[in-house]
Design a protein around this ligand. Structure first.
Ligand code: GLV
Ligand code: MN
Ligand code: MN
Length: 409
């Protein structure tokens, strides 16, 4: 197998936001901007034409033989969760660029222009909503709504994007909005491929996902003097809801729910909690299960609020329906794997991806490569160098294959 510099480039990117626990590269931070700058440096050196859209998504274009047709987009994201690893998202962006360079080296011409894309804000860690850049690009979220989002410190995305350290880059504005097809290569982030001893997965569908912010307001007081039957403890009410969420997801089977962030105020050992805010991330490939869990936590919140004398506000932030990948493109990815002597496994994705937004406006498909130990969203996230290279080779062939079969408009 010919090798690209995907491994070295991922190591370079991993310097931005690195700390002892992993990588923290939230949207529109100095570290994330440095990652975007490096992508631009690599793409410019390779001679690709760079553009940026108003939310900061970056596009590096390799021309096709028919300039008037819509481009095929290939990419992923450069931001990370607060405890992220070096591969989630970054791999798909670097691999896209490496694939374009590989097409150059081979002298392969495509009919469509091919664009390597770095979507911004896929994780939704800093600004709550996931797949923000691709959602704005696909017009599923308005630019104004996105720019008005605020982080925990109250800074709006609009302000963060004009800041010197984390803001937009100095690049030509993107005009093109059409997309002929979308491909994304990603690490699996789960254990299935490794357990099956298979190096390539073809994503069948991406899970549905609902995100909420919950706020519970009770009454603060002295931890020693207020009898237990006279309390409206916000944290006890939150705990009841959180355990009910867990029970509802287990009862549904095939649904998962996570409370990953919780803030207790005022936060004193000997002070009854007055206010608790927490995140809810509720997912299932089956929309009925996802909605059943959602209904269960609304009901528990209502009951707990009455019984405990607390006020509970559940704010729905984001919804993504389960998203099947395009059947024709999936077949193409299987053909590519077969031509490389690989048996690719059909796998569902429990993680969200930019592909679920772009699938709303164009045929989309994804390849996965294995994650060692199935670990992701942790600093220990790893994929073997061989699998990283194999993924780039598969993506390169997939671009040529999709270029040949996708409708031109
Ligand atoms: C993104 O990685 C997500 O699935 O939340
Ligand atoms: Mn990702
Ligand atoms: Mn992720």
């Amino acid at each position: 197998m010919s090798t690209t510099n995907v491994v070295g480039r991922l190591a370079e990117l991993a310097q931005f936001g690195k700390y002892e626990g992993g990588i923290n590269r939230g949207l529109a931070t100095p570290q994330e901007r440095q990652a975007r700058e490096l992508f631009v440096k690599w793409a410019s050196a390779a001679g690709y034409q760079l553009t940026q859209d108003p939310i900061g998504n970056l596009f590096a274009r390799r021309n096709g033989t028919t300039p008037s047709v819509a481009p095929i987009l290939v990419g992923s994201h450069l931001d990370t969760v607060p405890t992220g690893g070096a591969y989630d998202g970054a791999y798909g962006v670097v691999a896209a660029l490496c694939a374009l360079e590989q097409l150059d080296r081979e002298g392969t011409q495509t009919r469509h222009p091919i664009e390597a894309v770095a979507w911004v804000g896929e994780e939704g860690s800093r600004f709550s909503i996931g797949c923000l850049g691709s959602a704005v690009f696909a017009k599923l979220t308005s630019l104004d709504d996105a720019l008005a989002l605020r982080d925990e410190a109250g800074i709006s995305l609009g302000d963060a994007l004009v800041s010197r350290d984390g803001g937009l880059l100095d690049l030509p504005q993107r005009g093109e909005q059409r997309v002929a097809a979308y491909l994304e290569l990603h690490v699996e982030q789960g254990p299935v491929l490794e357990a099956a001893g298979v190096s390539l997965g073809v994503v069948s569908a991406i899970t549905g996902q609902i995100r909420y912010r919950a706020v519970v307001e009770g009454t603060s007081g002295h931890a020693g003097t207020v009898p237990m039957d006279r309390r409206s403890d916000a944290l006890s009410a939150a705990a009841e809801i959180i355990l009910a969420l867990e029970a509802a997801a287990k009862e549904e089977g095939g649904a998962v729910v996570t409370v990953g962030r919780l803030v207790v105020e005022p936060g004193g050992t000997n002070v009854i909690p007055a206010r608790v805010s927490f995140s809810i991330d509720n997912r299932s490939p089956d929309v009925r299960k996802m909605e059943a869990v959602e209904a269960a936590f609304h009901k528990t919140a209502e009951d707990a609020s009455k019984r405990r004398g607390v006020r509970i506000v559940l704010e729905k932030l984001d919804v993504h329906q389960p998203t099947p990948m395009n059947p024709k493109l999936r077949e193409a990815l299987h053909r590519v794997a077969g031509a490389m002597g690989q048996r690719a496994l059909d796998v569902p994705s429990g993680a969200g991806h930019d592909a679920m937004c772009i699938a709303k406006i164009a045929p989309a498909a994804m390849f996965f490569v294995p994650s060692i130990g199935g670990r992701s969203h942790v600093g220990q996230e790893r994929t073997s160098d061989d699998d990283l290279e194999l993924g780039v080779a598969a993506l390169t062939r997939a671009i040529a294959e999709v270029d040949a079969i996708v409708d031109t408009n």
